[in-house]
Design a protein around this ligand. Sequence first.
Ligand SMILES: [Ca+2]
Ligand SMILES: [Ca+2]
Ligand SMILES: [Ca+2]
Length: 341
Amino acid sequence: MLNFGSPKNPNNFNQASDQDQENIQPKSIPEPEIDQSSIYVMPGKFTISKNEPKPASPGKTVKASRVKSPVKGIVIFTLVFMFISGGVLAGIFWYFSQAEEPVLPADSQTGQQAPAADNNIQAPPGQVQPEPEPVPEPAPIPEPTPTPEPAPITNIDADNDMLTYEEEMLYGTDPNNPDTDRDGYSDGMEIVNLYNPLGPGRLEDSGLVDRFINSLFGYSLLKPNPWVAQAIGNDLSQIMILPDSETGEFFIIYAMANDGALTLSQARQELGNLLPSAANMQNYSLAGQPALRSADGKQILAVNNQFIYILIYESGAALTENFHTTFQMMQNSFELLDSSM
Ligand SMILES: [Ca+2]
Ligand SMILES: [Ca+2]
Ligand SMILES: [Ca+2]
């Protein structure tokens, strides 16, 4: 039995309802006709929360497109999000890609980027950076060695007194004073005329010379005291007089018996091998004897009844002849011994 009238007691109503449902269920109740247009229409207080927008008033239909709007919003939101995110990512990528390339300082004048200087290259830690090798300074150009001046020619007669430098040293005279003893006669003239160039008296008494005497061949002559006279061979026919200097000059005195009583011209022809300049010899006088002398004054041939004498000044390999005045002194001092007279 249904009681829809006055439901004063809800519990009873519910119980009655349950019983009614059991009782009613088997009965076929004709279903009411449902208006399809209002199938989703429900009172707003049962279906929509307070936060949601107010539903449409009852009785009005809701279009089907309104049902899909949340999905479309999600899609739009997703697209916008992806668009913004892609832009942000692209910006970040562009920023780092620009940061990788170092920006070199631009040249202030040319505007071009200055090339990286090698000097700024630093050696890795733990490795000593080699110091640049210093550029060697060019070797100073040596000044040309001055050509040594030739040794002074010592044979020059600086004071023009007929004595060479060698002879001035030999006799102890002043090479720069033509008259060492200031007696009015030059040093050379005193030597040639057998006077002492260092003072009064004769040369033979000065101690500057000594007399060589060859009694076997009957002659004598003065020679400078330091010089040496020695015989060549076993007899005294060849006497060599050697200066104490190293000029290579020397003197030879040949002496031989004139057994055949040769005249001066005959002796010149016979002894031509000892007198290379015999053809050009001129008349001369040696110790009062008839003689011949070469043009250069270095060869003398003298003949008397007993002996034949030859005096030779051999300059040898000497570049200069230092003893012409001395050789003249030797000739002027040449004397025949009394036995040969
Ligand atoms: Ca002189
Ligand atoms: Ca002098
Ligand atoms: Ca003098």
